[in-house]
Structures are given as structure tokens and as C-alpha cells.
Ligand binder design. Structure first.
Ligand code: GTP
Length: 598
């Protein structure tokens, strides 16, 4: 393909502003699919994505318009996938900025727009949903100019739903987005943008050729991974899979090379010719590391093998989560899994539950701490370890320092909820960095410890603001903190699944909360049962479950009778679900309920 006739672009949009609908329209208008085939949104090809309205894996389609080849790259729309987004953007020369004409510019949009600007993109504002009665295109144009600082005078007004402005969008792409550069005679240099597992074709790799030519039958080298592969298929999606002989500079397409697992492909890697390699890899490569960890256990111990198989299958298609076996006295056999963020965790958990029909228990999410240990007897050097499971916490006497990851969060919130949101951030050890107003909403910038955010921060934010707050974050590195392991003891025995790492200042409140909850969940016994939260040997919160008297009648239970009765019924189901803690039989459901409530 003649380079001057290629245009590569992505679509930046806040969730629900109409990215997928617009993409579908562009495909339809350029003749990629018939009306009937359009009945499903084609870019969001996973059920969960569609249901939650979130695009997770990127896909690219090649469109033909007025003699030009347009590559439309779909990017994931959530902060957990920020690195994938950055690679997709690096594969393009421009972007459509889709803004809902009734909603205006949102925080999430901003983060992606700034990234796009950093990649020197030509950005075309598209004001979507102009069919809505509440549409205010002029106000939104002004917002784009004031908040983002982009000229919006030639924004395209569109309605993806009604099919208005679609040709104008395509024309603007041709006229305003520059053609890609790249020398066809230079050694091959292609960026690995994304990869996924296809049951028929194996691992498929989305590439953007920067220089040189990528051909079927070529022996290539993945520079970061250090592996060599034979390219056996080259093609693109229109959106149907189409095989091609080669991809030249500026082109985006896919290749296959008989690779079995996506874990062998790293997003951002450089693919070059094995015999005639490029001297410089594509800049910006980063190895992705899980940042949030939790334990996943089957509710029914018999499901352990099924869980192992299901997790292994999911991992085939998502190299960004990790897992290793874990055992817990309270919950039995399970896996410790690492994720890119909370949403990523939820997605995997949901897929296991839904696609693999597993009933799971998830332990409280934990971040990765870095511990500086003092020299143990016989050791030559002081040790630094990474901790992502409270159960592995070493002896506190050996810990010189604990560091925890911090994030910079940008929150947009309507003025009336500002006070409550500030309080929430303050309570979570936040450090306020900035407070300004944009388009009638407050924009707050806070530095926060990630471990306070993984603990129900997002839910609280949404409920306090009645859903109106939006939230975006980036990691800003590790900082030392006064962190301790808090144990929960039932009848003086620690329950491993409930242990957590908390900041000393939060320990008492969290401990009290957990004790109160367990008090309601654990059935009475013939003796008194103390429930305690403790740091080391020091008890910081305590509740007691009164003894069951001989003459007990239903009314003695008080409050939560139905839940307790359910627990007791479950208890009868079989001894295997009961765990013994210092003579106390705790139904597994009690742990599950305690953990489910966050
Ligand atoms: P994510 O995939 O979650 O990023 O969302 P999205 O930005 O792709 O939004 P999507 O295209 O799924 O559209 C969100 C909702 O807005 C859907 O209910 C669409 O039908 C609706 N929508 C999209 N474009 C228009 C439009 O031009 N007018 C109106 N009225 N509704 C639209």
C-alpha cells in the first residue's frame, strides 16, 4: 500500500459516550459489513465487555474510503489498561475525540487525550449524540477548548445512533490526520501492539510496522523476549479476517507464528528481521506487572481442579494476570492471583464465575509492598522482599522499613458532593495536591496510598456522589509507611484468610468493623467466643459471642435471625464445610460473608 494513502487512528472517549456505536457506523458506511451483520456491535466482541459496556481487548479494523486505507484501532477504556492504551496510541498518527453532546468532557477522557497529545496525534473532536434533546454542542465545544485546550471550531457534529455526520468523520480522518512515515527499505521494525488467543489460529499478534516489510515466511526476532519465530500468516480485519502477503511501513495488521501462549508475547515488544535486525527497538517498552493481588478459592473444595483448569485457560489469553497455588486453613486450596487493577480483578473473577460456572471466594485485595529486612543470623546481606500476601509477612522484628505503592488520583465531582469526597480522601490518608473548577465541576488531585483505594474506595466514591464522580489514577511509586499486619482471632486462634496489612492509624477502625461483622456471622456455641483483632500480641478490638444457654429459644437470637438460621442449616449440610478454631466450628459461609462484605 502507498504510505501516503494510509491513515491510522484511534477513538478516545469516556465510557458510554458512543465509541463502539461510532466505530460500528464507520465500518458500516465503508462497506465492511452488511446491515444484518451489524446487528451486533462488532468491535466489543466479548460478552462481559458488552454487558458492562467496557472495551477490554483492542481490535483493529481496516476500512476503505475514497481510495484510502483507514486503520481504526479500538483501545481499552479503563485505567487498569493504561499501558495497552499507550501502545495502541503509539501505533497511530491521530485520534477521534468523541464527546457526548449532553455530558461534556469527563476526567477519563482527559487522561487519554493528554496521552494522545503526548504521542503528537492530530486530534479531531467529534461531538456525538447531537440527536439528544439535552445535547449542547456549543457548550461542549467550549469545554473542549477551555478544559483540554484543543481547537474545537471544526469539530464534527455527529449522531452515531442516527447515522449523522459519519461521512464527515471519515473525510476529516483523510484530510486532517497525517500519513504514517517509515522507510520500506530499512530493516524490519514493527511494534507488538496486542495479542490474544484464537482457538483455531493460536496466538494472534496485532502489529504496527514502523519500518521495513513484514512478510509471510519471514524469520523474525522479538527483541525484548529474545525469541525467534517464523511468520506463517499475515493479514488484517475488514472486520472479517483477510489474509495478506505482507505489511509495509505504516500498516497495521495481524500476524501468526505458531505461538502457543500469549505469555510469550509482550505488548510493546519490537519485532525485527532475524537475519537483518534493526539497530534500535521501538521506544517505550515496559513489562507489565500485576499491582493488586487476592486469593481465589472455590466455595466447594471439590471444584479446586476445575478452578485450576479454568484459570489456566484464562491465562492463555491474558498474560497480564498471574497465579500461584495457595492454601488457607480457613478456605482450603486456592490460588493467589495478581491483576493490573481492581477492574481487571473483577473481570477475571466474573469470567470464572460465569463462563466456567465456578462459585468463588475472594479474599481482600492487597497491593505489593516492598520490605527492607534486617540481616538475619548467617546472612551476608540485608534482604529486600516483595510481599503480596499478608500471610507471608515476616517477623515484625526483622522489618526495617515497609514501602507501599502510591497513586496520583484525579477526581471530578459536582460541587454539592465535594465536601464528602474530600473527607473520604482525607480519611484514606490522602494528600491534597490541587483543587480547581472546570465546566461547573470540581477537579481534585490527590496522592493516595493504593492500599486504601483497593479497599472499597471506588464504591464509596460512587455512592457518596450518587454516581457522579469520575476517577482516574496513575502510579507514582513507593513510599515508606507505618504498616502492620492485623490478625483476626476467633477463640484465640488467628484466621489466616482474614489477616490484612493496614496502616496503623486505620487498624482499630477496620479491626472493630470486622469483629462486629463476625459476631453476627458465627453461630453461638455452648461457651463464650471472643473475636479479636490484634497486631502482634496486642488486641486492638474485641467482641464476644455469648454462650448458648440450654433453654435457648429462637427469640434469644435477636436481630439477624434469618441469616443465622441459614448458616445453621448450611452447617448441617456436612462437616466438610466447617472449620475448627480452638473448638469453635465456623461455617465456611461465615468467612465468605465476612469477605464478601469487603
Ligand atoms: P464503552 O465501550 O464502554 O467505551 O462505551 P462506548 O463509548 O463504546 O459507548 P457505546 O457506543 O456502547 O454507546 C453507549 C450508549 O450510548 C449506548 O446505549 C448507545 O446506544 C448510545 N449512543 C451511542 N451513540 C449515540 C448517539 O449518537 N445518540 C444517542 N442518543 N445515543 C447514542
Amino acid at each position: 500500500t502507498d504510505r501516503s494513502k494510509i491513515r491510522n487512528f484511534s477513538i478516545i472517549a469516556h465510557i458510554d459516550h458512543g465509541k463502539s456505536t461510532l466505530a460500528d457506523r464507520l465500518i458500516q458506511r465503508t462497506g465492511g459489513l452488511t446491515e444484518r451483520e451489524m446487528s451486533q456491535q462488532v468491535l466489543d466482541n466479548m460478552d462481559i465487555e458488552r454487558e458492562r459496556g467496557i472495551t477490554i481487548k483492542s481490535q483493529t479494523v481496516r476500512l476503505e474510503w475514497k481510495g484510502y486505507t483507514l486503520n481504526l484501532m479500538d483501545t481499552p477504556g479503563h485505567v487498569d489498561f493504561a499501558y495497552e492504551v499507550s501502545r495502541s496510541l503509539a501505533a497511530c498518527e491521530g485520534a477521534l475525540l468523541v464527546v457526548d453532546a449532553a455530558q461534556g468532557v469527563e476526567a477519563q477522557t482527559l487522561a487519554n487525550v493528554y496521552q494522545s497529545i503526548e504521542h503528537d496525534h492530530e486530534i479531531i473532536p467529534v461531538i456525538n449524540k447531537i440527536d439528544l434533546p439535552a445535547a449542547e454542542p456549543e457548550r461542549v465545544k467550549a469545554e473542549i477548548e477551555d478544559i483540554i485546550g484543543l481547537d474545537a471550531s471544526n469539530a464534527v457534529l455527529a449522531s452515531a445512533k442516527s447515522g449523522i455526520g459519519i461521512e464527515e468523520v471519515l473525510d476529516a480522518v483523510i484530510d486532517r490526520i497525517p500519513a504514517p512515515g517509515g522507510d520500506a527499505n530499512a530493516p524490519l521494525k514493527a511494534m507488538l501492539v496486542d495479542s490474544w488467543y484464537d482457538p483455531y489460529l493460536g496466538v494472534m499478534i496485532l502489529v504496527r510496522v514502523m519500518e521495513g516489510v513484514l512478510k509471510k515466511g519471514q524469520q523474525v526476532k522479538f527483541m525484548q523476549a529474545g525469541t525467534t519465530h517464523l511468520i506463517d500468516r499475515v493479514g488484517c480485519f475488514r472486520p472479517k479476517l483477510t489474509q495478506l502477503g505482507e505489511l509495509g511501513p505504516g500498516e497495521i495488521g495481524f500476524v501468526t507464528a505458531q505461538i502457543k501462549e500469549v505469555a510469550q508475547t509482550m505488548v510493546g515488544d519490537t519485532i525485527t528481521d532475524a537475519k537483518k535486525p534493526t539497530a534500535t527497538p521501538v521506544p517505550g517498552f515496559k513489562e507489565v506487572q500485576p499491582v493488586v493481588f487476592c486469593g481465589l478459592f472455590p466455595v466447594d473444595a471439590n471444584d479446586f481442579e476445575k478452578l485450576r483448569e479454568s484459570i489456566s485457560k484464562l491465562r492463555l489469553n491474558d498474560a497480564s494476570f498471574s497465579f500461584e497455588m495457595e492454601t488457607s486453613a480457613a478456605l482450603g486450596f486456592g490460588f493467589r492471583c495478581g491483576f493490573l487493577g481492581l477492574l481487571h480483578l473483577e473481570i477475571i473473577q466474573e469470567r470464572l464465575t460465569r463462563e466456567y460456572d465456578l462459585d468463588l471466594i475472594t479474599t481482600a485485595p492487597s497491593v505489593v509492598y516492598r520490605l527492607q529486612l534486617s540481616k538475619a543470623a548467617g546472612e551476608a546481606e540485608a534482604q529486600v522482599i516483595e510481599l503480596h500476601n499478608p500471610a507471608d509477612m515476616p517477623d515484625p522484628n526483622r522489618i526495617e522499613e515497609i514501602e507501599e505503592p502510591w497513586i496520583k488520583a484525579v477526581i471530578y465531582v459536582p460541587d454539592e458532593h465535594l465536601g464528602a469526597i474530600l473527607k473520604l480522601c482525607q480519611d484514606r490518608r490522602g494528600i491534597q495536591k490541587d483543587l480547581t473548577y472546570v465546566g461547573g465541576r470540581a477537579q481534585i488531585t490527590y496522592e493516595l496510598p493504593l492500599n486504601e483505594v483497593v479497599f472499597d474506595f471506588y464504591d464509596r466514591l460512587k455512592s457518596i456522589s450518587r454516581g457522579y464522580a469520575s476517577f482516574d489514577y496513575e502510579q507514582i511509586g513507593l513510599r515508606a509507611g507505618d504498616l502492620v499486619k492485623m490478625n483476626i482471632l476467633v477463640n484465640n486462634e488467628p484466621v489466616d484468610a482474614l489477616a490484612m496489612i493496614v496502616h496503623r492509624s486505620q487498624a482499630e477502625a477496620r479491626g472493630r468493623h470486622m469483629c462486629e461483622r463476625l459476631k453476627d456471622l458465627i453461630p453461638r456455641h455452648l461457651f463464650k467466643i471472643p473475636i479479636q483483632a490484634a497486631i502482634g500480641g496486642k488486641v486492638i478490638a474485641r467482641e464476644t459471642i455469648a454462650a448458648l444457654r440450654k433453654d435457648v429459644t429462637a427469640k434469644c437470637y435477636g436481630g439477624d435471625i434469618t441469616r443465622k438460621r441459614k448458616l445453621l442449616e448450611k452447617q448441617k449440610e456436612g462437616k466438610k464445610r466447617m472449620r475448627e478454631y480452638g473448638n469453635v466450628s465456623i461455617p465456611q459461609e461465615a468467612f465468605i460473608a465476612a469477605l464478601r462484605m469487603g
